[in-house]
Design a protein around this ligand. Sequence first.
Ligand SMILES: [Zn+2]
Ligand SMILES: [Zn+2]
Length: 389
Amino acid sequence: MTAVTDFLASRFEGHKALRRDIHAHPELGFKETRTAALIAERLRAAGYEVVEGVGTTGLVATLSRGAGPTIGLRADMDALPMDEETNLPHASKTPGVFHGCGHDGHTVSLLATAEALAAEGGFSGTLRMIFQPAEEGLGGGLRMIEEGLFERFPCDLVYGFHNMPLLPLGTATVRPGPAMASADEFKVTFTGKGGHAAMPHLSKDCALALSELTVALQRLVARGVDPLRSAVLSVTQIHVGQAHNVIAGSGWLGGTVRTLGAEERDFVEAGMHRLAKAVALAHEMEVEVTYTRGYPPLVNDSAVATRVAEGLRASPVVEMVEDVPPIMAAEDFAYMLEKVPGAYLNFGMAKEGEANPMVHNPAYDFRDELIPVIAATMVELVRAELPET
Ligand SMILES: [Zn+2]
Ligand SMILES: [Zn+2]
């Protein structure tokens, strides 16, 4: 065992207890005050200079050890607005709030990384530990950037990571280029004319218009996107009508669009406006389209991700899983990767013969054994980028 794994083993019980404490006291996005305070205290004790309140409840901890590059590492701290159904002793004490994505584990894993790097030293350069709020759909990473994250705390490269219940514990993966999708939201509202269901010629039927648009939208991806590239358009809501004998005079549909590339994103957005107008024209109705861009695609810097992949292949701690395809879920870290080159890793968490519920499942729980695996790997990756002393 190396000094770093010894150090992490000696701290494991403490890290596990802290992770379970944060799990039992989950906080929603931009409300992570208790979590941030716990982490800030420990980072200061480890020798970091901590600035709190970056992006509302986020914090940045800096440790400088001489000349060299500046490396940023980011974890997310927020929980999900859902109930936990694990019945574990450390289950959430707050109804309707649950660490169902393992951000409690990410937070403690990054703290463990920070402590190990500070304790072991041996490098020249600067570390920045970025604890972001509100990853779950609220764009806490973007808010940190808007509040000057990389101007106030410049980084030469930045790493992020997530647990992955679909891969075995002890594995890790990284993918050069696009790795996760953008996530946009849309709503299309038709206004026609209500009337008696037995006299359709006197009305303008929004149920029919919404049905036609739902089908028409499917052509955008099926017939408009290069089959070797990726996009998803899902209509997830259709709201129309109140009675079996009344033609609805208004109604709306909504859903999500996910793409891995800017070109597909622009194409689907423009196509949606075009088709909605065409259906409205055909039905002599008014239409309003709201298309809201959310997280951008997550694109790993090719050079950095290639170096990370080499590091994972050589790692004594994890086994690299090769050629994992991109996923069409989205991730707030994408905003940071738009500003600073870097890479986003996934760490396997599944154990054979166990249920291994996926993130966002009410039965999910972060596996504490993953804390030293993530921390030891991140320490290796950071040290590979910094000159030794
Ligand atoms: Zn999540
Ligand atoms: Zn997550």
